[in-house]
Design a protein around this ligand. Structure first.
Ligand code: HSE
Length: 363
């Protein structure tokens, strides 16, 4: 059986949850998927870095409180994250990038992805920044180096929006997408309908773990703006930058507006959309809309997300599921690893082999 050696860049909620999946169900996953997963390097801004080419023992790391974890003093450990060295130099098959998103320049994640691809390593990432701002460059880099670049988790965590569009809709035309892609704002709009005011609803969303510590990107639509860029570019073949996507959030909607809409059979939703115009260009925007009750997104409530694909042959197809959460987003990375395996290694005697098999063959 083949095995993929992983370098985890960022050890916050998402990569930690991926490590939990590998630690707790690695054997059953290997049996189902036909390959094993082993972590050989971890880097983290706060914990430092840890490298063990024989495979890191994950259980003691996962037993420690996240805030308490320090790699300095462990064999192969350092207080320094050593990101560039780990990504470029430590032998690994796949780099799982899950650091924070910087919506302005995509850094430092963009450099992490570039270093990995240039080093001939597959990359999976949940990070919106590099995907929204530089996907074309990174896909070319991956192709040049014969490796995969997968990013399902950049939109709606593990809910398979990008892969549904890319793999399941062959032979039909997608004319546009519309989505509820921020759980915080959707939860808050529901609470406004119940008469709770915006600031109290934001506090609730933070307590429930939906909102970012600084909820501005959730409330003002900037989080959805990046996701719309990704959908427009990946699904409709556009090449949009942030300035191309009109963005208005939900901060001007009052509990009175929300209740008034409900009394008329409408529901306010923060909708991100990308629509192909008659001239072939793409109109992309984020704005609150009062949707009629029979709209496919009107019934999406609380922190749940959904994307409606408008197609020529099927009409509207809506995919709904979680848009955030550490396990849900870690699943996106696992689904990316499966895609890398299928594209690059499965059932192909000429494809490059996972590292363990290369070593065996060089033997
Ligand atoms: N804060 C975001 C949300 C997380 O509420 O959906 C995912 O980007």
């Amino acid at each position: 059986m083949g095995r993929y050696d992983l370098a985890l860049i960022g050890f916050g909620g998402v990569n930690r949850a991926l490590a939990e999946l590998i630690s707790q169900r690695g054997d059953s996953l290997a049996e189902e998927l036909g390959f094993a997963l082993r972590v050989v390097a971890i880097t983290d801004l706060r914990a430092g870095s840890l490298v063990d080419s024989d495979g890191i023992d994950l259980a003691p790391l996962l037993a420690a409180e996240p805030g308490e974890l320090k790699f300095a003093g462990l064999p192969g450990g350092s207080a320094d994250p050593r990101n560039e060295w780990v990504i470029r130099e430590v032998p690994a098959d796949i780099v799982a990038e899950a650091t924070f998103t910087n919506p302005t320049d995509g850094e430092p994640a963009l450099s992490h992805v570039r270093w990995a691809l240039k080093a001939g390593k597959h990359v999976c990432t949940t990070n919106k920044g590099p995907v929204a701002l530089a996907a074309n460059e990174l896909k070319l880099l991956a192709a040049d180096h014969g490796v995969g670049f997968e990013f399902e988790g950049s939109v709606l965590s593990g809910t398979p929006i990008l892969r549904t569009a890319q793999r399941m809709f062959g032979g039909l035309e997608i004319t546009g997408v519309q989505g509820i892609m921020n759980g915080t704002s959707n939860y808050i709009l529901g609470r406004l309908e119940e008469g709770i005011d915006l600031s109290a609803a934001i506090v609730e969303a933070q307590k429930l773990g939906y909102a970012e510590a600084d909820p501005t990107a959730d409330i003002e639509g900037h989080d959805v703006q990046l996701k719309v860029m990704i959908l427009a570019n990946e699904i409709l073949g556009a090449d949009l930058c942030r300035e191309d996507v009109f963005c208005e959030g939900i901060s001007k909607i009052t509990p009175e507006d929300a209740r008034d809409a409900v009394s008329k059979g409408l529901r306010w939703k923060l909708v991100g959309s990308a629509t192909r115009r008659a001239d072939g260009t793409v109109d992309a925007r984020v704005a609150p809309l009062a949707l009629p009750g029979d709209h496919p997104l009107a019934g999406i409530s609380g922190p749940v997300n959904a994307v409606a694909f408008h197609t020529d042959l099927l009409g509207t197809v809506t995919v709904s599921g979680p848009g955030a959460g550490r396990i849900e987003t870690a699943y996106a990375l696992l689904s990316d690893i499966i895609a890398i395996h299928q594209h690059h290694h499965a059932d192909d005697d000429t494809a490059p082999l996972p590292r363990v098999l290369q070593e065996t063959h060089r033997g």
